[in-house]
Write a protein that binds this ligand. Structure first.
Ligand code: SF4
Length: 889
C-alpha cells in the first residue's frame, strides 16, 4: 500500500488529505483528512470524503484529437502551435487567447501566463476565477495597494464576532464552517451574524440573520461606517497614522446611508435589527467579516468589498489576532492563479502593468516581447471570440460553455470559432463538445504541484496514480507548444519543481529593493531541492528572509503596500444591482452551490453518494409567491430572462424571500436537458473587477407544461436524451433519469422496450402495467437470474412513487414475488424500504429513515441521531438538516 499526503481538489479551504492507494491498477484508494494540516486539522466535508469515487477512468479524455480524429501527441502539439503562429503572424498577438482555471496547479498556471504575456506578447489570458473572486482582488488592491488576504482561519476561532456575509459557508466552505461551529460550541459567547437574502444552512449557527434585499450590502456597510463614526467607535490613532482618505469615505457613506432608517429602507430590513448589528460590531473588537460570492458576484462587487474593508480600517481591526476582513475563495487554486498573474489585468508575482513592473518581468524572463497593457477579462474575451476578433482560444481545465453568464452566446461563439483548443481530463463536457483540438490532461491524483488556499497557505498536491493512456500534465503541454513556437529555452522545465523554483525566484526579484515593495514573496523557497519540494509542508506566504517559516497575519506592522504605506479608505456610493426588475421579468434570480456538488459536476457527479442529496436542478420560491401564481411544490417550471430559458423543479420554501428565486449553478447539458443556469444569468459586470453579477438576474417563472412525467432506473445508461425534459443521476449500480414528455405517453413504453432490447442483458422477462384512462404506465425488465435490469414509471403528473425504494431494488439481487407485485402496484406494499432522499452522504442515510427514527425512537438531539443511525457523525455537513427534522417533529 502506498501512502501519500495531498490537498483536496475542490474548494478554497484547501484541506489536506491522506491517501492510501489500495490497488494502483484498479485505482482503488481510501482517504481521510490530514490531522496535521492547519487548514482542516483532520476534517473533510462530504465532497472531500467522496474523492475516492472520482479517480476512475470513466469518461476520461485519453488521447489527443484534432477535428474529431485521434492523433499522435506530436501532431497535436504541431497543430496547436501552427494555428497560433499563423493567426498571430496575420492578425497580431491579441487575436489569440487563453481561458484558464482555478483548478490548475500553480506551476501549470505559471507557464500558461508566461507563454501568453511574456512570449506571445498579449495579456489575453483570463481565468474562471474572474467569476468568483476578482472583486475581492480589486477591492484588496484599492485598499491595501496589494491583493493581500490579511488573516488566517485561526482568526475565526479567536474572534468574538464572526460576520458571514454573502456566504453559505456551511455548504460552500464546509470545513471552515465546521471550525466556526466547533469554536462556538467551545465558547458560546462567540457570536455569529449571517447576512444573506436567503435563510441557508449557515443560519443554523447564526445568533442574528439579516435577510437583506438582494445586492444591498453596500448600504448596510456604508451605514455601519457612519454609525461607527457617530458612536465614537473609531480607532482614531490607527486611522490617523496608518490610513488615508477617511473623511472622503465617510462623507460618501453618509450620502448613501445617512441614517439607520434609510439603510433599513434600502436593504428591506427592520431599523431595530440593523441597530442591533451595528451596536454589536461597534462593541466587539475581535471581529472577522467573512465574505464570498454573495459580495463578489455583483455589478458593484468591488465597492462592496471596500465598504467592508472601510469598516475594519476605521476600527483598526486588521492584522491582529481574531480581527480582519476575510475573503473566502471558491476554487482550490484561485489564490495560486492570482500569484502567477492568471487574471488578464495582472502580471506575474502580484505585479501590474505599471511600466517598471513590465520592465522587471521582461528582464527576469528575458522575453522577446511582453504584453504592455491588460488583456480582455472573461466576459469581453468571449465577446471578442463571438465577434471574430479572437480567432483562436485555448481553454484549459474549465467549462465556460456552462459556467459563463449568457452561456448560449458563449456556445454560439465557440461554435463559430475555428480554433477552439481544449485541454481537459474529462472527455464529454459542454465545452469539449465544441473543441477543434482536444488535449488530454492528467487529473487530481495524477498531477504534482502546489495550490494556495484562502488563507495564503501553499500546500502540495501530490501524485499517487499514474497518468492514464496518453494524458499529460498541463505544464508539459504548454511547454511543448512554447517550444514549437520557438521559445524552447525559456520553457525548458523538466518538472513542477523547476517551475516552482522560477516562480519563487520571480516573487523575490527586485522586491524590497529600489522599486515598489510587493506582498507576494516566497523567495525563501526558490532554492528548495527536488526532495525538499517533494516534502514541502503547508506554509503561508510570504516566505522570505523576514518570515522564513511563513506568516499567519499580514499588516501586523500596520504598513500597507501603497506608495505611502497607508491603507486607503475608498469612498463608496452604494448602489442597487444594475439590472432592475420589470413587468416582463418580475423576479430576482440568485444562484449558488449545493452541498454535495462542485462547479459543473464533471467530477462530483462521478461519486454516487454525492448525487443522492439533491438529484435535480431546482428553483426555490417563497410560498406566497407560489400561491399567487398557483404553482405547486415539485412541479416543473420554466424560468426565462432576456438571455434564455431553463426548466427546473419548483421547491417552495420559507427560506426564500418574496420576489426572489434561487437556482443552483451546477447542472449542465451532460446531466440535464434544460437545467443550465448560465443560459439565463445576465452578463452585467462590475466596472472595476469585470466580475459578472451572477446573483441578480431579473426573470419570469411559469409552469412548464408537459403531457406526462416519469422516471427510469436502469443498470446501463440509456439514450434518454430524446425526451424533452430529462435529468441524469448516476448511482452505484444504476442510472436514474427523471423525465417528462410532450408527446403521447403511450409512445414511451415501446420506445423504452426497444432501447432495452438493444442492450445486452435486457432481453429477459417483462412486467408491465397500463392504465390508459388514468395515463399510468409502469414496466420492469428482469435478467435471466431474476434481477431487476430496468424500470419505468410514468403518470400524468409529478406524483410518482418514491425513487429510493425503487433504486434499492437494484442492489437486492433476485427479486421476490412480492417485490414484483410492489413494482406493478407502484408502492412497497410488502413494507420495503422507503428511505427518501439521501441526507447524510457519508453513511447514505435517507430523510424518511431519519424522520421515522426521530419519531419512533424519540430522538431529540444530533448526538442521539448519530448514535442511532450514524448520520451526521463524519463530515457534519447534514447537521443543519437534521436539526430541522428534529424541530419539525
Ligand atoms: Fe475539499 Fe470540502 Fe475541504 Fe473544501 S471543505 S477543500 S471541498 S474537503
Amino acid at each position: 500500500m502506498k501512502s501519500v499526503n495531498t490537498t483536496c481538489a475542490y474548494c478554497g479551504v484547501g484541506c489536506g488529505i491522506d491517501i492510501d492507494v489500495i490497488n494502483a491498477g484498479t485505482r482503488s484508494i481510501t482517504l481521510m483528512g490530514t490531522e496535521s494540516h492547519p487548514a482542516n486539522l483532520g476534517r473533510l466535508c462530504s465532497k472531500g470524503t467522496a474523492l475516492g469515487d472520482t479517480v476512475g477512468l470513466q469518461d476520461r479524455l485519453l488521447h489527443p484529437e484534432v477535428n474529431g480524429r485521434r492523433v499522435e501527441w506530436n501532431q497535436a502539439i504541431t497543430e496547436v502551435a501552427g494555428r497560433l503562429q499563423s493567426i498571430i503572424a496575420e492578425h497580431g498577438p491579441d487575436s489569440v487567447a487563453f481561458y484558464v482555471s482555478g483548478q490548475l496547479l500553480t506551476e501549470d498556471y505559471y507557464v500558461a501566463n508566461k507563454l501568453m504575456k511574456g512570449f506571445i506578447g498579449s495579456a489575453n489570458i483570463d481565468t474562471n476565477s474572474r467569476l468568483c473572486m476578482s472583486s475581492s482582488v480589486a477591492g484588496h488592491k484599492r485598499a491595501f495597494g496589494s491583493d493581500t488576504v490579511p488573516g488566517c482561519y485561526e482568526d475565526l476561532e479567536q474572534a468574538d464576532l464572526i460576520i458571514l456575509t454573502g456566504s453559505n459557508t456551511a455548504w460552500c466552505h464546509p470545513v471552515v464552517y465546521q471550525r466556526i461551529k466547533a469554536a462556538k460550541q467551545k465558547r458560546p459567547d462567540l457570536l455569529v451574524v449571517v447576512i444573506d437574502p436567503r435563510a441557508t444552512a449557515t443560519c443554523d449557527i447564526a445568533d442574528m440573520h439579516l435577510k437583506l434585499a438582494s445586492g444591498t450590502d453596500g448600504f448596510l456597510f456604508n451605514g455601519l461606517l457612519d454609525y461607527l463614526s457617530k458612536s465614537n467607535a473609531l480607532d482614531k490613532a490607527f486611522v490617523q497614522q496608518n490610513t488615508q482618505g477617511f473623511e472622503v469615505a465617510l462623507h460618501a457613506a453618509r450620502k448613501s446611508a445617512p441614517d439607520i432608517q434609510s439603510v433599513a429602507t434600502n436593504c428591506n430590513l427592520q431599523a431595530g435589527e440593523i441597530a442591533a448589528f451595528y451596536a454589536l460590531f461597534a462593541a466587539t473588537e475581535k471581529t472577522v467579516t467573512v465574505y464570498s460570492q454573495g459580495i463578489n458576484q455583483s455589478s458593484s462587487g468591488t465597492d462592496k468589498v471596500n465598504a467592508i474593508i472601510n469598516c475594519h480600517l476605521a476600527t483598526g481591526r486588521i492584522g491582529k489576532i481574531g480581527q480582519g476582513p476575510f475573503s473566502l475563495t471558491g476554487q482550490p487554486n484561485a489564490m495560486g492563479g492570482r500569484e502567477v498573474g492568471g487574471l488578464a489585468n495582472q502580471l506575474a508575482a502580484h505585479m501590474d502593468f505599471a511600466p517598471e513592473d513590465i520592465d522587471r518581468v521582461q528582464r527576469f524572463w528575458d522575453s522577446p516581447r511582453i504584453a504592455n497593457q491588460p488583456g480582455l477579462k472573461a466576459i469581453p474575451l468571449f465577446e471578442a471570440v463571438a465577434e471574430g476578433k479572437i480567432k483562436a482560444i485555448w481553454i484549459m481545465g474549465t467549462n465556460p460553455a456552462v459556467s459563463l453568464p449568457n452561456a448560449n452566446k458563449v456556445v454560439a461563439a465557440l461554435k463559430n470559432c475555428e480554433n477552439v483548443i481544449v485541454s481537459d481530463c474529462v472527455r464529454n463536457t459542454d465545452t469539449t463538445a465544441l473543441a477543434d483540438i482536444l488535449l488530454p490532461t492528467t487529473g487530481w491524483g495524477e498531477k504534482d504541484g502546489t495550490v494556495t488556499n484562502s488563507e495564503r497557505r501553499i500546500s502540495r498536491q501530490r501524485k499517487f496514480l499514474s497518468a492514464p493512456a496518453e494524458a499529460r500534465h498541463d505544464w508539459q503541454i504548454i511547454c511543448d507548444v512554447a517550444g514549437k513556437l520557438g521559445f524552447g529555452q525559456a520553457f525548458d522545465f523538466h518538472s513542477p519543481h523547476d517551475i516552482f523554483s522560477e516562480h519563487a525566484k520571480l516573487s523575490g526579484f527586485e522586491n524590497h529593493s529600489k522599486g515598489k515593495r510587493r506582498d507576494f514573496n516566497i523567495s525563501a523557497l526558490q532554492s528548495l531541492s527536488q526532495s525538499e519540494y517533494e516534502a514541502l509542508e503547508p506554509v503561508q506566504w510570504p516566505v522570505n528572509q523576514k518570515y522564513p517559516k511563513g506568516c499567519k497575519r499580514m499588516f501586523q506592522n500596520e504598513q500597507f503596500y501603497t506608495p505611502s504605506g497607508r491603507a486607503n479608505f475608498i469612498p463608496i456610493s452604494a448602489q442597487k444591482p444594475q439590472a432592475a426588475t420589470c413587468s416582463q421579468f418580475p423576479f430576482i434570480l440568485n444562484t449558488g452551490r449545493v452541498r454535495d456538488q462542485w462547479h459543473t459536476m464533471t467530477r462530483t457527479a462521478l461519486a454516487p453518494q454525492l448525487n443522492q442529496h439533491i438529484t435535480e436542478p431546482f428553483c426555490e420560491m417563497h410560498p406566497q409567491d407560489a400561491a399567487d401564481l398557483k404553482l405547486e411544490d415539485r412541479q416543473l417550471v420554466e424560468i426565462a430572462s432576456r438571455y434564455g430559458t431553463l426548466i427546473v423543479r419548483l421547491q417552495i420554501t420559507e427560506q426564500q424571500q418574496r420576489g426572489n428565486l434561487f437556482i443552483p449553478m451546477h447542472w449542465n447539458r451532460q446531466f440535464a436537458a434544460k437545467g443550465n443556469i448560465g443560459s439565463v444569468v445576465n452578463a452585467i459586470t462590475d466596472p472595476v473587477s469585470g466580475q459578472p453579477e451572477s446573483k441578480h438576474t431579473p426573470v419570469s417563472i411559469r409552469p412548464a407544461n408537459y403531457q406526462w412525467h416519469g422516471f427510469v432506473v436502469s443498470r446501463k445508461p440509456l439514450a434518454i436524451e430524446a425526451e424533452s425534459y430529462w435529468v441524469k443521476i448516476q448511482g452505484r449500480s444504476y442510472f436514474h433519469y427523471e423525465i417528462a414528455g410532450k408527446d403521447a405517453v403511450q409512445n414511451f413504453p415501446p420506445w423504452f422496450k426497444q432501447q432495452c432490447r438493444q442492450m445486452e442483458g435486457k432481453t429477459g422477462e417483462w412486467l408491465e402495467y397500463q392504465d390508459c384512462t388514468r395515463q399510468v404506465f409502469r414496466g420492469a425488465v428482469f435478467s435471466e437470474r431474476g434481477m431487476l435490469e430496468a424500470v419505468y414509471f410514468l403518470g400524468p403528473d409529478h406524483q410518482l412513487p418514491d425513487r429510493s425504494w425503487v433504486r434499492e431494488l437494484f442492489d437486492a439481487g433476485e427479486l421476490t414475488d412480492s417485490n414484483r407485485r410492489d413494482l406493478l402496484a407502484g408502492i412497497p406494499l410488502a413494507g420495503g424500504q422507503n428511505t427518501g432522499k439521501t441526507v447524510c452522504a457519508c453513511f447514505s442515510v435517507g430523510e424518511n429513515t431519519i424522520r421515522q427514527a426521530i419519531k419512533e425512537k424519540c430522538l431529540k438531539s444530533i448526538d442521539a441521531i448519530g448514535n442511532h443511525l450514524q448520520a451526521g457523525t463524519n463530515c457534519g455537513s447534514c447537521i443543519p438538516e437534521l436539526k430541522q427534522f428534529i424541530s419539525s417533529a
